[in-house]
Ligand binder design. Structure first.
Ligand SMILES: *[C@@H]1O[C@H](CO)[C@@H](O)[C@H](O)[C@H]1NC(C)=O
Ligand SMILES: *[C@@H]1O[C@H](CO)[C@@H](O)[C@H](O)[C@H]1NC(C)=O
Ligand SMILES: *[C@@H]1O[C@H](CO)[C@@H](O)[C@H](O)[C@H]1NC(C)=O
Length: 388
């Protein structure tokens, strides 16, 4: 009997903890000022730009089953919305942010400069580097006042293409060469962010790279079976570790007045869902819903490929070989907007939006001591109850 009482009270406490800890309750637009959302990066944030640069008249992302969950393939690599769509919704931006390359787009509340296949370095085919995206922003900047730009949000997710290409071309690069490559990528990223600040941008959200070695297409191409390709995970980690300190430096730089930022630990969020997928109600995290091959990772949406399509995309962490399902993207957006410091720090996106302009940051990015990749086995009980 005593045992039962204990159990009941423990369950009660857990229930209360869960209710108050659960970040998934967000009310769209509540108390959020009228500001714009600008997105930069690759296919994860591409709102449809690639369609305008592609020679292929029928690129995969305009074909079913893309958009399946909303019955609308619209040039995005998802079965429905992508992360920026949800963020735009939380910011009460009607109809989301349109692709910058779409003629006559209504750019009042922001626009997406992100293009599929974009990289930080090099000259990607039928795509744009981050610096070209920044140049595009500059070319249409008179759509907004400088005060509005200063108050608006700049979201960046880019780098996957750089590291996948690098490892494909240099599979035997030693540690020194890898480090040098990471440094060159980060140096260019730093230059591009600085260019954005020169154009008046002050509020930045940087999403860290996913564990690239766990993408179904990487597992399939490198034949790692049920394992992730650690070489690529390691490069992503090396890259990610440099982002927070770089942004701390910007925020502390006397040359840039009022630089504000936050960093989303996407790596950690995906690793948790890969290692403990059932905790998050993903039944498959090692293969994609749509595609062909050992991990169903290739060719989703390609007209000449006979792709397999899963029965229920919401039980998959990945919709295609590289991109998350809409369900996962919605979770990520909620984490970005309102989650705890283990995944987004030093501010949530909501806090960043309302943080007074020109104000110096009072908290900075610190290495995450609770992140999944550094947790010791003895601390494992902590993880079992985390809601993020
Ligand atoms: C463009 O969007 C803004 C805000 O979302 C809206 O107020 C405006 O009426 C739109 N303009 C046109 C021409 O549709
Ligand atoms: C505003 O943005 C649109 C869409 O990209 C572009 O076509 C237009 O030239 C821009 N206007 C100005 C004044 O920059
Ligand atoms: C994915 O994981 C499941 C369950 O652990 C396993 O049965 C399956 O073989 C794995 N798939 C691949 C392609 O490794």
């Amino acid at each position: 009997m005593a045992d039962n009482c204990n159990l009941v009270s423990i369950l009660g406490v857990l229930l209360i903890l869960t209710i108050f800890h659960n970040p998934i309750i967000v009310n769209a637009g509540e108390g959020v000022p009228n500001v714009a959302l600008f997105t930069f990066g690759d296919s994860y944030y591409d709102a449809g730009n690639k369609v305008y640069l592609s020679k292929d008249k029928n690129p995969p992302q305009v074909n079913w089953p893309y958009g399946k969950s909303r019955d609308d393939p619209n040039g995005k690599f998802s079965d429905g919305h992508i992360i920026p769509d949800f963020i735009a919704e939380f910011m009460a931006i009607p109809n989301g942010v349109p692709p910058a390359l779409k003629p006559d787009a209504n750019v009042t509340r922001g626009v997406s400069f992100a293009v599929t296949d974009a990289s930080i370095l090099g000259s990607p085919v039928e795509s744009m580097t981050l610096s070209q995206q920044v140049a595009k922003f500059e070319s249409i900047i008179s759509n907004w006042t400088s005060d509005y730009i200063k108050r608006s949000l700049f979201m960046i997710y880019i780098g996957t293409e750089d590291y996948l290409n690098y490892i494909q071309k240099h599979p035997d690069a030693d540690a020194t060469k890898q480090q040098a490559f990471v440094t060159s990528v980060i140096t260019q990223l730093n230059t591009d962010i600085k260019s954005l600040t020169n154009l008046g941008a002050r509020k930045f959200v940087v999403q860290l790279l996913a564990p690239l070695g766990c993408l179904p297409i990487v597992r399939q191409d490198y034949k790692t079976g049920n394992d992730c390709y650690e070489l690529l995970n390691d490069l992503a980690k090396q890259h990610n570790e440099k982002i927070g300190p770089m942004l701390n430096d910007f925020a502390n730089s006397p040359a840039i007045d009022g630089f504000q930022f936050t960093v989303f630990d996407f790596y950690d969020a995906i690793i948790r869902r890969t290692q403990r997928s059932l905790n998050y109600r993903f039944y498959v995290s090692n293969a994609s819903c749509c595609g062909v091959g050992t991990h169903n990772a290739y060719g989703c949406g390609k007209l000449n490929v006979h792709s397999k399509l899963c029965d229920y995309q919401r039980s998959y962490l990945f919709f295609d070989g590289r991109h998350n399902s809409e369900k996962a993207q919605e979770e990520m957006a909620n984490l970005l907007y309102a989650a705890d410091p283990n995944v987004i720090q030093p501010l949530t996106v909501r806090e960043l939006i309302v943080y007074p302009n020109g104000e110096k940051m009072r908290e900075f990015w610190v290495p995450n001591k609770f992140s999944a990749r550094r947790r010791l086995p003895s601390q494992d009980s902590y993880a079992r109850f985390s809601a993020y």
